[in-house]
Ligand binder design. Structure first.
Ligand code: GLV
Length: 310
């Protein structure tokens, strides 16, 4: 079997290689830099590959992305048109996203941000607990992760809506579709959860125009990409009091600059892009099985449509 070239650009390379070797020794998955006969490589497994990767393997047919979002591949000018891109579907990340969003949604729903401020002032003041159906959660993006989040959150009794580019039907979820319905979706949402893919159409979607359509006192949780958010617009709307708070996991530049205004902002909670991480054994199993399917001409799911970017 010709080698399959792995690129992660990080110290986790050997963990991935060990996992692939353990589960699929016959697939001959090797570190991209150790492969000598580069012309024979037709398949790759990558996370944020450099242009040099694609230049090194001119006969690539397909690459498997080691994550859900393929924006780093699609924005790479060295990726040839004919190379198919295949993403991770869930890969253990849906459960982690559910935990991440539930944690922060409950934080605001149960007024933990207010209690944290009160504690700093030695101030004893209980707040009335709202009925969960008065807490209107809106999920931007109803793909693998967004639709599972909607399903999970139904268990809390929140009033849940979702927005996506193409029409989706999810039990117990009010769905909105396309640019025409975005305003109505935002106007009814107290807690906006972003799980969109980053594409030219969604870049900057969390901007002043859209965030100001949320009701006064709304919160924003971005578990997707930093490129969805216009940082200065968010800060303006927090400072003016229109927004109550924001939780940010992903940033335009990572690691986030130590001088960035987000770090010390009193109404921002931030985490270092850890909301959901690809689980090695689950993702290796998924990718190895799909590679075996392709090699025996079987159909697979998870192919990226280059026009939509997801
Ligand atoms: C993580 O950010 C992913 O895209 O899987």
């Amino acid at each position: 079997m010709n080698p399959c070239a792995l690129f992660t650009g990080s110290e986790s390379n050997h963990l991935w290689l060990t996992e692939f070797e353990r589960q699929f020794p016959q697939l001959n998955i090797q570190d991209w830099q150790n492969i000598v006969d580069t012309q024979t490589v037709e398949y790759g497994i990558v996370w944020q590959p450099s242009p040099a990767y694609f230049q090194r393997f001119p006969n690539l047919k397909a690459v498997f992305n080691l994550g859900a979002g393929v924006d780093a591949i699609l924005s790479n000018p060295a990726v040839p048109e004919q190379v198919q891109i295949i993403r991770i579907e869930d890969g253990g990340m849906a459960q982690q996203m559910n935990e991440y969003f539930s944690y922060f949604l409950l934080h605001y729903y149960r007024d933990m941000d207010l209690y944290q401020q009160q504690q700093k002032q030695n101030h004893w003041q209980p707040h009335t607990v709202k009925s969960p159906n008065q807490f209107r959660v809106g999920i931007l993006g109803l793909g693998q992760l967004g639709s599972q989040l909607a399903e999970h959150l139904r268990g809390y009794g929140f009033d849940i809506a979702g927005w996506s580019q193409s029409k989706k039907h999810l039990e117990g979820v009010t769905t909105y579709t396309g640019d025409d319905q975005l305003k109505n979706f935002l106007q009814r949402t107290n807690a906006l959860c972003c799980l969109l893919p980053l594409t030219p159409a969604t870049r900057g979607i969390l901007n002043h125009q859209h965030l100001s359509q949320l009701p006064q006192g709304a919160v924003v949780i971005n578990g997707a990409r930093g490129g969805h958010l216009v940082a200065t617009d968010l800060i303006d709307l927090l400072d003016s009091g229109h927004l109550r708070g924001a939780v940010l996991d992903a940033f335009e530049q990572e690691p986030l600059d130590p001088q960035h205004a987000f770090w010390q902002h009193p109404n921002i909670l931030l985490t270092p892009h850890c909301a959901a991480q690809s689980e090695h054994h689950v993702c290796a199993q998924q990718i190895g099985s799909k590679l075996k399917a392709i090699l025996s001409n079987q159909p697979i799911t998870g192919l990226i449509n280059r026009n939509t970017g997801y």
